[in-house]
Design a protein around this ligand. Structure first.
Ligand SMILES: Cc1cc2nc3c(=O)[nH]c(=O)nc-3n(C[C@H](O)[C@H](O)[C@H](O)COP(=O)(O)OP(=O)(O)OC[C@H]3O[C@@H](n4cnc5c(N)ncnc54)[C@H](O)[C@@H]3O)c2cc1C
Length: 377
């Protein structure tokens, strides 16, 4: 029987980042995912500039730039009545880009494997038990054993559910997503469009395809889908991916030999396009904490440090998330912001700049600088 140092359930950005950093630290890491990669995922496909610092530490930044992607220069907010406000995004090297999740997540998982992590695809975790170590059971009747366990299995986390920690999901909203042919002259921009029934996010992901997301409530989502079919001249049999819930209470990240990272710990509002950053960074933080605990560092001190760094990651950002949620749950309020911004764009500019500037926390900024130096050597 092989005893892994750490078993990570979920091979999305959170799980792959954690596995890669664990492997870099010399740990025996196992990633278990129910899907076969590359796989798509309901997402706007936009990479917040904060991601670059983590990607550089994974030595992946150049490889991500090598994937088919679009550099995003503008964001257009559209009110319900069609009035628009256009804001520029920073046009620096580490700018916001959009890249298909099938490509991005596959690259991350391959990086984890390359660094020495074991990867078990098409394997669904269904059961858990814990004595001194964790025993993980799968739908295909396999068992795996590990000293530490990471729940990186997304917003409907099976691990949180099996540990009786998953908050009751509020199925108040639902999202649909598709990759559709890129309309001519769409431009390198993100469109965030308020509609009476919810909102739509649009971004080109390469030279030919547009990522189209629709967010509404269960009763309104079919009206939104019909709007999209008309607006983008889609066939009635257009394939859509779907996901819910869009909001739920957070799960505490650190427990006894158990961490939750990414969406499994906290689901953020998709409108601000930051979830991938939190997934990558929380994976890195958990890997650091686990490496130190398994090395014999003082457990309490490590956990305190982890909790501090974890809270720091969200500091100054969660209120924007709440504001975004208020604006999209009541699209009339979102539209009001767009109208107000046509008169005085400074507030919307400030909010957008706060979201898309690589505003990483202080400790991360100094590490990132160090890393830049290393990359340029
Ligand atoms: C409509 C929408 C638009 C969004 N747009 C953006 C955006 O533009 N930019 C951005 O940064 N964020 C965006 N997000 C958020 C982003 O998609 C998530 O925050 C991100 O995917 C979280 O990564 P993760 O690794 O935590 O989870 P996930 O990416 O969900 O990965 C979880 C993995 O766990 C696996 N898994 C689940 N259960 C099991 C099980 N029982 N056994 C084994 N494996 C399992 C799944 O197969 C999956 O691969 C958006 C979200 C939505 C809903």
């Amino acid at each position: 029987m092989q005893l892994f140092d750490v078993a990570i359930v979920g091979g999305g950005p959170a799980g792959s980042s954690c596995a890669a950093f664990c492997a870099m630290g010399g740990l025996q890491a196992l990633v278990i995912d129910r899907e076969k990669f590359p796989r798509e995922k309901v997402c706007g496909d936009c990479l917040n500039p904060s991601c670059w610092a983590v990607l550089k530490r994974l030595e992946l930044a150049q490889r991500v730039r090598g994937l088919p992607h679009s550099k995003l220069c503008l964001v257009t907010f559209i009110a319900i009545d069609g009035h628009e406000v256009i804001l520029e995004l920073p046009s620096v090297a580490d700018c916001e880009i959009s890249v298909k999740r099938s490509l991005f997540d596959d690259l991350l998982l391959r990086r984890a494997r390359e660094l020495g992590a074991s990867v078990q695809e098409e394997t669904t975790v269904t059961g858990l038990s814990k004595n001194s170590d964790w025993k993980i059971e799968t739908a295909s009747k396999q068992t795996f054993h590990a000293r530490m366990l990471i729940g990186a299995d997304g917003r409907n986390s099976t691990i949180a559910h099996l540990c009786n920690l998953l908050p009751r999901p509020a199925r108040e909203r639902v999202a649909l997503q598709a990759h559709i042919p890129l309309p001519r002259d769409f431009g390198n921009r993100i469109v965030l469009q308020f509609l009476p029934e919810g909102y739509s996010g649009q971004a080109p992901v390469n030279e030919n395809q547009l990522n189209l997301c629709l967010v509404g409530t269960p009763p309104t989502i079919s009206t939104l889908r019909k709007w999209a079919e008309r607006q983008f001249v889609l066939p009635a049999n257009q394939a859509w991916r779907t996901i819910t819930p869009l909001t739920r209470s957070p799960v505490a990240s650190a427990h006894e030999n158990l961490f939750f990272i990414g969406d499994a710990a906290r689901v953020v509002e998709p409108f601000t396009g930051e979830g991938i950053y939190y997934a990558l960074r929380s994976g890195e933080l958990a890997a650091d904490a686990i490496s130190r605990m398994l090395r014999g560092d003082d457990r309490k001190a490590v956990l305190n440090e982890f909790r501090r760094a974890y809270a720091e990651m969200y500091r100054g950002r969660l209120w924007i998330n709440r504001l975004a949620r208020a604006a999209v749950v009541r699209p009339q309020l979102g539209s009001f912001f767009v109208h107000a911004a046509r008169v005085n764009p400074s507030i919307l500019k400030l909010l957008t700049a706060k979201i898309v500037s690589p505003d990483v926390c202080h400790s991360e900024r100094s590490e990132a600088k160090q890393n830049d130096v290393e990359e340029s050597r």
